[in-house]
Design a protein around this ligand. Structure first.
Ligand code: DC
Length: 221
C-alpha cells in the first residue's frame, strides 16, 4: 500500500447519499474511486452464481480469493465478474442484504482487504464504505462520516431503485434498510462507526451539491 497517496474516506449507512456524493467528489478532485460496497455485493453475486450458501464462510472466502473482479473505466463503472457484466444485479436490495450478511464475517473481510487497498493510486483516492476510515485506510488524512435520518435514507433509496427500474415497496424497503443498518452497526468485525477525527456530515437537509461541498471542505481544511 502506498501510504503517501492521499485518501478521503466517506463512511456511512445506506441511503446517506454516499454513492452519489463520493463519486462526484472523486471526479472533482480528479482522484480514483473505490465503491467498496460493490465488492461485497459482487461477492454475493458470485455466491448466488455458484450456488454457494451464504453461511458457508470457508467457501465464500475461497470465492473472495479467486473471483476476478474488474471495474471498467465507464462512468458509472460497469462491474465484470469473471468476465461477465453483473452491473444490473449489483444495486438490488436482495444483493445488498446478501452482501451485508457475508460482510459480517471477519475472514471474508480479511480476504477482501488487499483488493480494496489496491485502489490507492496517485493522485489520490476517494473510498466509499462502512470501514474505510477505521480499518481499510486508517491512516487516511481526510475522513468523513456521512449520514441522514432513517426516513430520508429510505425515501432516497426508494427513488434511486425506482429510477433504475427496480420495483420496490417503500414500507418493505424501510424495514430492510433498518435491518441491514442494524447488522452493519452491531457486527463485531469492522462495524459501521464514525472514525476518530472524521468530519460528521448529516445530509438529511442538504442538497447533493451541499453534501459534495461539505466533503470537499474536509479535504481542503
Ligand atoms: O454500500 P453498499 O450498500 O453497497 O454496501 C452493501 C453491504 O456491504 C453493506 O450493507 C455492508 C457491506 N459493506 C461492508 O461491510 N463494508 C464496506 N466497506 C462496504 C459495504
Amino acid at each position: 500500500m502506498s501510504t503517501d497517496v492521499p485518501v478521503l474516506t466517506i463512511d456511512g449507512p445506506s441511503g446517506s447519499g454516499k454513492g452519489t456524493v463520493s463519486r462526484a467528489v472523486a471526479q472533482r478532485l480528479g482522484w480514483h474511486f473505490l465503491d467498496s460496497g460493490a465488492i461485497y455485493r459482487a461477492l454475493a453475486v458470485a455466491a448466488a452464481r455458484t450456488g454457494t450458501a451464504l453461511d458457508d464462510i470457508a467457501a465464500i472466502v475461497r470465492l473472495a480469493e479467486t473471483m476476478d473482479l474488474r471495474f471498467t473505466a465507464d462512468d458509472p463503472a460497469r462491474i465484470l465478474l469473471d468476465g461477465v457484466d453483473i452491473s444490473a444485479e449489483i444495486p438490488t436490495e436482495s444483493c445488498g442484504n446478501a452482501a451485508s450478511r457475508i460482510a459480517a464475517h471477519g475472514p471474508v473481510r480479511k480476504a477482501l482487504l488487499e483488493k480494496q487497498r489496491a485502489f490507492r493510486k496517485p493522485p489520490g483516492l476517494v473510498a466509499d464504505g462502512r470501514d474505510m476510515g477505521t480499518v481499510v485506510f486508517p491512516d487516511a488524512p481526510f475522513k468523513v462520516f456521512l449520514t441522514a435520518s432513517a426516513a430520508v435514507r429510505a425515501e432516497r433509496r426508494y427513488k434511486q431503485l425506482k429510477e433504475k427500474g427496480i420495483d420496490v415497496n417503500l414500507q418493505t424497503l424501510t424495514q430492510e434498510i433498518e435491518e441491514r443498518d442494524r447488522r452493519d452497526r452491531e457486527r463485531v468485525e469492522a462495524p459501521l462507526v464514525m472514525a476518530e477525527g472524521a468530519v460528521l456530515v448529516d445530509s438529511s437537509d442538504l442538497t447533493i451539491e451541499e453534501a459534495i461541498a461539505a466533503c470537499l471542505g474536509a479535504v481542503r481544511q
